[in-house]
Design a protein around this ligand. Structure first.
Ligand code: AMP
Length: 411
């Protein structure tokens, strides 16, 4: 199966080539033709399966074909609702990537920041709006957003939306949408409350779901060090000493953090470079190729910068800081252990990050074995004995680990 088989238009095929995508993921192969055929979708899939492209690509195709005949006017035609700011930004970036050769305009709005630039973008006219519920309602109430012309509505991560208490906000938005529209609904889990919500949104939906394929998480040797924040730098240097670790991709939460870690490592004589969004495309490309050609041993990256990068034979991923979204952990460690190779993922967890670790362990359905940390032990930490690992069939149904990776091998 190729993207050409999915009858995508040339500007999209070119954009996907640019992204380095060769093969559609299972959810893309299933959902894209259905969306192009104007079906509503009930999708059971989580982050990491390629679901963003599964809805974004056909929407871009249908909207850009329409725009040609309707140039000039820019009422919002597509709305994507997602629970968190991080997801909203990622989805908006996906529209930038896949729609780069079309003339569609899109923008993202979320709370916690000044609304002025968001209002300006809305005034200038948009085809596609990506939003978190609170800010959307806020701007709707201020009459900056009009949803009368919506043709596509996507509800992303519906279960998380409910968990985070956004159900009433979602219902208020729904009440303002035209009845005649195409709706796409995605959720990682399908408990009764979600099915009920889906029933109120979708009309005769096609059901698509990604069955868990041999999971990334199971193929990777994971471990965690508990360490004080101030000692993470020294622990990292210690861990990288010697030759057990051939090369490592190190993750930080922030761009500033990435720069700092790379500087600290370089000072300690470990060849390292940082890659993140503040760097020019050229600088990022250069850092990546230095790492690939083994001129540098360590690449320090933020989640966003690491999206889509593919490094063959990467032996180690080190989570210098744990991500606040557990799915990001799965994305991060999926960079190693590709194509059946053995990979290792090491996490550094300080006192404040224990909560993130709990979420991660809940998501992957296993406890990550703790490494002894005699040199830089975390203050007031009681060592937890790792529970015996369960095999997949023993894990609870609540385990959302179904990270599909069958498509990543060729990337
Ligand atoms: P998502 O599940 O939408 O968050 O996507 C997970 C990751 O997979 C993102 O980094 C995408 O850029 C990447 N991705 C999505 N579709 C493909 C594909 N067909 N080939 C390679 N990578 C992909």
């Amino acid at each position: 199966m190729t993207f050409e088989n999915l009858k995508l238009i040339e500007p999209i095929l070119r954009a996907l080539k640019h992204e380095g995508y060769t093969t559609p993921t299972p959810i893309q192969a299933e959902a894209i033709p259905l969306v192009l055929n104007r079906r509503d979708i009930l999708g059971c899939a989580q982050t990491g399966t390629g679901k963003t492209a599964a809805f974004a690509i056909p929407m871009i195709q249908l909207l850009s074909q329409e725009r040609n005949s309707n140039a000039g006017k820019r009422p919002i035609k597509a709305l994507i609702l997602t629970p968190t700011r991080e997801l909203a930004i990622q989805i908006d970036e996906s529209f930038t990537s896949y729609g780069r050769h079309t003339s569609l305009r899109h923008h993202v709005i979320f709370g916690g920041v000044n609304q002025n630039s968001q209002v300006n973008a809305l005034r200038n006219g948009l085809d596609i709006l990506v939003a978190t519920p609170g800010r959307l309602l806020d701007l709707m109430n201020q009459r900056h957003v009009n949803l009368d012309s919506i043709q596509f509505f996507v509800l992303d991560e519906a279960d998380r939306m409910l968990d985070m208490g956004f159900v009433n906000d979602v219902k208020k938005v729904l009440a303002r949408l035209p009845l005649k529209r195409q709706s796409l609904f995605f959720s990682a889990t399908m408990p009764p409350a979600i099915i009920q919500l889906a029933d109120t949104i979708l009309v005769n939906p096609a059901k698509v779901s990604v069955t868990p394929v041999s999971s990334t998480v199971d193929a990777i040797n994971q471990s965690v060090y508990f360490v004080d924040k101030k000692n993470k730098k020294n622990l990292l240097i210690e861990v990288l000493k010697g030759d057990t670790i051939d090369r490592a991709l190190v993750f930080t939460r922030t761009k500033h953090g990435a720069d700092k870690v790379s500087r600290d490592l370089s000072r300690a004589g470990i060849l390292a470079e940082a890659i993140h969004g503040n760097k020019s495309q050229n600088a990022r490309q250069k850092a990546l190729s230095n790492f690939k050609s083994r001129q540098t041993r360590v690449l320090v990256a933020t989640d966003i910068a690491a999206r889509g990068i593919d490094i063959d034979d990467l032996s180690h991923v080190i989570n210098f800081e744990l991500p606040n979204m557990p799915e990001s952990y799965v994305h991060r460690i999926g960079r190693t252990g590709r194509a059946g190779a053995n990979g290792s993922a090491i996490a550094f967890c300080d006192a404040e990050e224990k909560e993130y670790l709990r979420d991660i362990q809940r998501l992957i359905g296993q406890q990550i074995p703790e490494k002894d940390n005699l040199l830089f032990p975390l203050m007031n930490h009681t060592v937890t004995k790792a529970a015996p690992r369960q095999n997949r069939s023993q894990r609870s149904n609540g385990n959302r680990n179904g990270y599909g990776r069958s498509y990543s091998n060729g990337r």
